[in-house]
Design a protein around this ligand. Structure first.
Ligand code: SF4
Ligand code: SF4
Length: 639
């Protein structure tokens, strides 16, 4: 046997494979449990409520563990017995329990201050918020007094190890409580303490305290798709109900997620639709659905079996979401309102047919012409006149398949961007080509407008065309196409490497083709993070690095990176008629004006259109312009 042969790993047994598969499945849930339940990482993203909740959570957790140890020591649950810590361990036990009690009291005090005095706009207060806080305050307060009477009556030498209990004991003694009186009081307090704790436990299912159980459960059980991926309707031709029109049609995991909602309002605080004044909020979406679910419990004619449109939500409700994903990333309970929005839209688009007229028009355009603009499909290549673009035919090979996308092919402003991008590729001698007339809409808009049929047809059509040529990677210009091809086409068996053009150009080392003598964009430039590039695909640095390559260091907008504010064009919103008073793009333009930008750079055709529209409707064309990064780079090309 050769030395090489002896180093070969032993083939995995079926048992090992099963174990590995089980671990691969369970590890994200375990990770989320440690990071988001125990570590409270997402909750801590907002400092004040984060620290407040962290203290209450860990204070309560430690107290519960300590109490369980204490109870098991009492032989109440024989044969499950724990020997109570003795000696030094007992002293630490006492100290830790005191610290935990203080943590609860500090956290609860912060919570009262927040609800009574700070009162953030997004925070709704209901009776059970005060109930939960009062009970949480009462338990450690009674606990400390109980402990004090114990210390006062027994006067142990270690009483300093219970600093708060000791302090209260000294106070009670100063007030005239004798050791004999303390013994009598101790029993009353002990049972009161236990009684209040039991009432709190018993009220968990009926109050906000249910989140102690439901939220960790949802964090563990929430679907683990890629962030930008919408669930596929499998066997769509055989499905009896498409989408969700009744609460009872949501999956059991979704119903759990509604019950896991803390009503904290973080989603609402980040939602561009709510912030812009639309009659919509992801929190309301979740809370109203939950209420409908709760109202149905134990009734003979459950409301959850009745249609939600009309009584609970207007027909236009779900169409106000831009699917920007800001709420998903903020929610400490890992609830995904976009899933509910898409489910409701699917019902309206495919089952009831009650969709806004502009949605119906766009879907018809996509169906007939293969693009939401409704421009004849035979015009798909007009943008490239004179560029000598290589159209890949079946059997052809190229390094890069440039997936042009509908916006670049049909929108006049974005056609210029596509031309700039092609110039960059040509300058860098990239071996690339396009699908030409075999390319059709990636289906993203149709899918987010609820028409899963159309999406699936287009996905299969594009993949069929791609299967006939050979290439190493797909490069897209539009983050929406990018997200769909990268995260959603694998649902149809695609395994292609997909890159956004900013990633690709950076990898290409484009700087060698740029020249300091090229035209530099003048003025203060800022960069707007597209939701589908940033939040959904974590591409934050590549666009910024490219701008630096072009000698433009962007001034950051106040809402940037993960906290970027949507342009208002995603999720099919670009095609919807909106109230001029609630336009999201006008708000986002306000951010750019706030930093006194002369140029807004984007890397998304939808963002470009939305900014352009806002600039024009505000009459600010002289003051501010919007450019794609490809255009900024093209100017710097060496001549
Ligand atoms: S995805 Fe964006 S627009 Fe939709 S509910 Fe969430 S935050 Fe609001
Ligand atoms: S959905 Fe999430 S972020 Fe929104 S209120 Fe509920 S728990 Fe808070």
């Amino acid at each position: 046997m050769t030395a090489q042969a002896t180093t070969q790993p032993a083939p995995a047994t079926p048992g090992t494979n099963r174990l590995q598969a089980a671990w691969a499945k369970a590890s994200p849930a375990i990770r989320d449990f440690f990071v988001h339940v125990l570590g409270q990482v997402r909750i801590l993203k907002k400092a004040y409520p984060g620290i407040m909740h962290f203290m209450i959570f860990w204070g309560v957790t430690i107290q519960v563990i300590g109490t369980v140890i204490n109870i098991l020591n009492m032989l109440l649950f024989f044969p499950w017995v724990i020997t109570f810590p003795r000696g030094t361990a007992y002293l630490y036990y006492e100290l830790i329990m005191d610290i935990a009690g203080v943590m609860i009291l500090l956290g609860v005090t912060m919570a009262f201050i927040r609800r009574l005095f700070i009162r953030p706009k997004y925070l709704e207060t209901r009776w059970d918020d005060y109930y939960a806080l009062s009970m949480l305050a009462l338990i450690p307060i009674i606990g400390f007094i109980t402990e004090a009477t114990r210390l006062l009556s027994a006067n142990p030498p270690w009483r300093a190890w219970s600093p708060i209990g000791n302090l209260v004991a000294n106070l009670l003694a100063a007030m005239g409580l004798t050791p004999v009186g303390a013994v009598q009081l101790h029993d009353i307090l002990f049972w009161t303490h236990a009684g209040v704790a039991l009432i709190l436990v018993a009220s968990i299912p009926f109050t906000k305290m249910r989140h102690l159980v439901n939220t960790p459960l949802n964090i563990i059980l929430h679907p683990r798709r890629k962030t930008g991926e919408i669930e596929k309707i499998k066997n769509i031709d055989e499905a009896e109900v498409l989408g969700v029109g009744k609460v009872s049609e949501f999956t059991s995991q979704q119903l759990l997620s509604f019950d896991a909602c803390l009503n904290c309002g973080r989603c609402e605080d980040a939602c561009p639709s709510t912030i812009s004044g639309m009659d919509y909020s992801p929190r309301t979406l979740i809370q109203r659905t939950r209420q409908r679910m709760v109202d149905s419990i134990g009734t003979s004619k459950p409301k959850s079996d009745e249609e939600i449109f009309g009584e609970v939500f207007t027909d236009s409700y779900a169409w106000q979401c831009t699917t920007c994903g800001a709420c998903i990333l903020r929610c400490p309970a890992m609830i995904n309102p976009v899933d509910e929005v898409v489910d409701m839209r699917r019902y309206q688009a495919l089952t009831s047919g009650k969709v806004p007229k502009s949605v119906a028009d766009s879907l018809r355009n996509i169906e007939r012409q293969g693009n939401p603009w409704g421009i004849p499909a035979q015009d798909r290549l007009n943008w490239s006149d004179g560029l000598n673009l290589r159209e890949l035919a079946p059997g052809d090979e190229a390094d890069v398949l440039y997936f042009v996308g509908c916006a670049s092919a049909f929108d006049d402003r974005n056609k210029k961007v596509a031309r700039s991008f092609v110039h960059l590729l040509q300058k860098a001698n990239v071996n690339f080509g396009v699908l030409g007339f075999d390319e059709t809409c990636c289906g993203e808009t149709a899918r987010r407008m609820g028409n899963e049929y159309l999406f699936q047809v287009f996905a299969e059509q594009n993949l069929e065309a791609m299967s006939k040529i050979k290439f190493n990677r797909i490069v897209t210009q539009c983050p929406h196409c990018f997200n769909t091809l990268k995260n959603e086409y694998p649902q149809f068996g695609s395994a292609y490497k997909v890159q956004h053009y900013t990633e690709f150009l950076l990898e290409l080392g484009l700087n060698q083709f740029l020249s300091p003598d090229g035209n530099k964009v003048e003025g203060r430039l800022t960069y707007h993070d597209s939701c589908y590039l940033g939040r959904y695909n974590q591409i934050y640095q590549a666009p910024r690095s490219l701008l630096k390559m072009a000698d433009m260091t962007p001034i950051e907008l106040p809402r940037m990176g993960e906290n970027s504010f949507c342009c208002g064009g995603g999720g099919g919103q670009m095609w919807l008629e909106t109230d001029p008073n609630t336009r999201i793009n006008h708000r986002r333009l306000g951010d750019a004006l706030e930093v006194k930008a002369d140029v807004v750079a984007t890397a998304c055709p939808y963002c470009l259109i939305m900014f352009d529209d806002a600039i024009r409707s505000k009459g600010l064309g002289e003051q501010l312009q919007v450019m794609d990064i490809a255009e900024v780079l093209e100017r710097r090309l060496a001549v």
